[in-house]
Design a protein around this ligand. Structure first.
Ligand code: NCD
Ligand code: ZN
Length: 433
C-alpha cells in the first residue's frame, strides 16, 4: 500500500462488466480496493459499469515526474498534477527532488509530505543527494515507505546540486546499496556541457541537440555503468535518448541490476521537427536524431528498455515563451504519455504485453511496489479503462495540468481513457454516462 491512500473494506464494490482483458471478454469484480474476482460471468448486485468490450489495463506507474508545488505551485501543484495524471490513465507517480525547496534533507522531505497530502493519486518521492549523505539516512529512517530512491543530476537542474566528483559518486552508490535504494541518474555531465557551450555555437533551439551534445549524456551513462558494474548497486538510467547509450546499457545489463527508462518524446519526436515546436520542444536531454528514435524502438523490442517515464516537467507558458537561453527545459507529459504508447500499440509498433511491461509492470517490479502493476485477483485495483474505438486530438488548452502546451499538439490518438480507477474507486470518468 502506498501512503496517502486508505483502503476501506466497506467501500462500494464495482463490477466491470464485459471488459477486454488481455484479449478476452471478462467480468472483473473490485472489492475492498482490490481485484476480488476475474471470470467470464460474475453475478452480483454490486454497482456495475457495462463496458461492452472496452479494454482494461493496469494504470500507468510513472517513475519520472516533476510535480513542483511548494514555491513553484504556479507551475503545477498536487491537485492539478493529480487531475492531469487521472485524465492520462496514470495512477502512481514518483516525484523528483529538484523542487523549490529541494528534497535533499529531512526538512525538504517533510515539506513534500505536507504538500502532497492533497494528492488524489499514489505517490512516492525521490531524494536528491547533497554533500551531507547523512540526510539520506535520516529521510529513510523517517519514512522509508515514501522513498522511491535516490536521484542524481550529473548536470545542473534547478535546485539540486550537480554531482561531479567520482569518489563522491562512489560513496553515494555504496550508501544506496547498503540501504537497498535504487539510484536514478540524469546522466548529462556538466563539464562536458560547459565545454560545448564555450565552442561559440549559436544558442538557438535548432542547435539545442548540438549544444547539449550527445557526448555529455553518453559519457555520464558510461561512467554510471562502470561504477555500478564494480559496486553492484541498483541503477536506473532516466530518459535515455541516444543509440550509443542503449548499446552500452545492453552490454552492461546482463550481469547487473541496471534499468533503462525512455520517454515518449524521445521515442516519437526528433530534432528534425524542433522548429515547429520552438522552446515548447526544449527539453533535457534534447530531442535527438531520427536514427536515435529508430534505435530506441529496437531497444524496446529487444528488452533493453524497461520503462517509459513521462518526465512531466511543467513550466509556466510565460517562462517557456522567453528566448532560447532563458526558457526552461521540459514540458508536461502526464496527460499524453500513456495514450501515446497505447496509440503506438494500435499502430502495431508494440504488443499489449510490452505496453503493460513498459507502463506499469516493470516499474512495479523495479521499484518494489507490492501488489501493483498487473491485473490479477488479489492485486490492488489501480486500473485504466480505454475505449479503443474512440480517437481524439491532443489539445493542450484542455489539459488539467497548469502547463497548457505540448510538442504533441494536434496529434490524433486512437484510444481514449474512459475511466481511471485507484484502489477500487472511480477517480476519473472521461465519458458521460
Ligand atoms: C526537468 C525539469 O524541468 O525539472 N527538465 C527537463 O527538461 N527534463 C529537469 C531535468 O530533468 O533536467
Ligand atoms: Zn531529468
Amino acid at each position: 500500500m502506498l501512503p496517502g491512500k486508505k483502503w476501506y473494506f466497506d467501500m462500494k464494490d464495482i463490477l466491470l462488466k464485459h471488459c477486454t482483458l488481455a484479449g478476452n471478454l471478462q467480468d472483473i469484480l473490485l472489492s475492498g480496493g482490490k481485484i476480488a474476482e476475474i471470470a467470464e460471468e460474475i453475478k452480483t448486485t454490486a454497482y456495475t459499469l457495462n463496458l461492452s468490450g472496452k479494454t482494461v489495463l493496469p494504470g500507468m506507474i510513472d517513475p519520472h515526474t516533476h510535480i513542483r508545488d511548494l514555491e513553484q505551485a504556479y507551475k503545477e501543484d498536487w491537485v492539478s498534477a493529480s487531475q492531469a495524471a487521472l485524465a492520462g490513465g496514470v495512477t502512481t507517480v514518483f516525484d523528483m527532488p529538484n523542487s523549490v525547496p529541494p528534497t535533499v534533507d529531512l526538512e525538504g522531505f517533510k515539506a513534500k509530505i505536507r504538500v502532497a497530502e492533497k494528492s488524489i493519486i499514489n505517490y512516492k518521492f525521490f531524494i536528491g543527494a547533497n554533500k551531507n549523505l547523512w540526510n539520506i539516512r535520516e529521510i529513510v529512517q523517517y519514512n522509508p515507505e515514501l522513498v522511491a530512491g535516490i536521484k542524481l543530476f550529473l548536470s545542473q537542474s534547478s535546485t539540486n546540486p550537480v554531482i561531479k566528483d567520482r569518489t563522491f559518486l562512489s560513496e553515494i552508490l555504496h550508501l544506496a546499496k547498503e540501504l537497498n535504494l535504487i539510484v536514478v541518474v540524469h546522466t548529462e555531465m556538466q563539464d562536458c556541457l560547459d565545454s560545448w557551450a564555450a565552442k561559440g555555437i549559436n544558442p538557438s533551439i535548432e542547435n539545442h541537440n548540438l549544444l547539449r551534445n550527445r557526448e555529455c549524456a553518453i559519457k555520464g551513462t558510461l561512467l554510471m555503468l562502470e561504477l555500478t558494474n564494480t559496486i553492484k548497486n541498483k541503477l536506473y538510467l532516466a530518459h535515455v535518448s541516444t543509440t550509443e547509450e542503449v548499446d552500452l546499457i545492453r552490454a552492461y545489463k546482463s550481469d547487473n541490476q541496471i534499468y533503462c527508462e525512455i520517454t515518449p518524446h524521445h521515442l516519437l519526436l526528433s530534432e528534425l521537427e524542433i522548429s515547429n515546436f520552438g522552446n515548447f520542444g526544449k527539453v533535457n536531454p534534447p530531442l535527438r536524431t531520427e536514427k536515435d528514435k529508430k534505435n530506441l524502438w529496437q531497444a524496446i523490442s529487444d528488452g533493453t528498455v524497461d520503462t517509459v517515464g513521462s518526465d512531466h516537467a511543467p513550466h509556466s507558458i510565460t517562462e517557456k515563451m522567453q528566448n532560447y537561453t532563458k526558457a526552461p527545459s521540459g514540458f508536461p507529459g502526464l496527460e499524453t504519455s500513456f495514450s501515446l504508447l497505447y496509440n503506438e500499440m494500435i499502430k502495431g509498433n508494440l504488443t499489449e504485453k510490452r505496453l503493460v511491461e513498459l507502463t506499469s509492470a516493470n516499474s512495479a517490479a523495479i521499484f518494489d511496489l507490492k501488489n501493483r502493476g498487473c491485473i490479477k485477483e488479489g492485486m490492488i485495483a489501480d486500473l485504466v479503462i480505454i475505449d479503443p474505438e474512440k480517437s481524439w486530438e491532443i489539445k493542450a488548452e484542455n489539459f488539467k495540468s497548469k502547463a497548457k502546451y505540448s510538442p504533441f499538439e494536434g496529434k490524433i490518438i486512437q484510444g481514449k481513457v474512459d475511466y481511471t480507477i485507484i484502489g477500487g474507486e472511480i477517480k476519473y470518468q472521461g465519458v458521460i454516462s
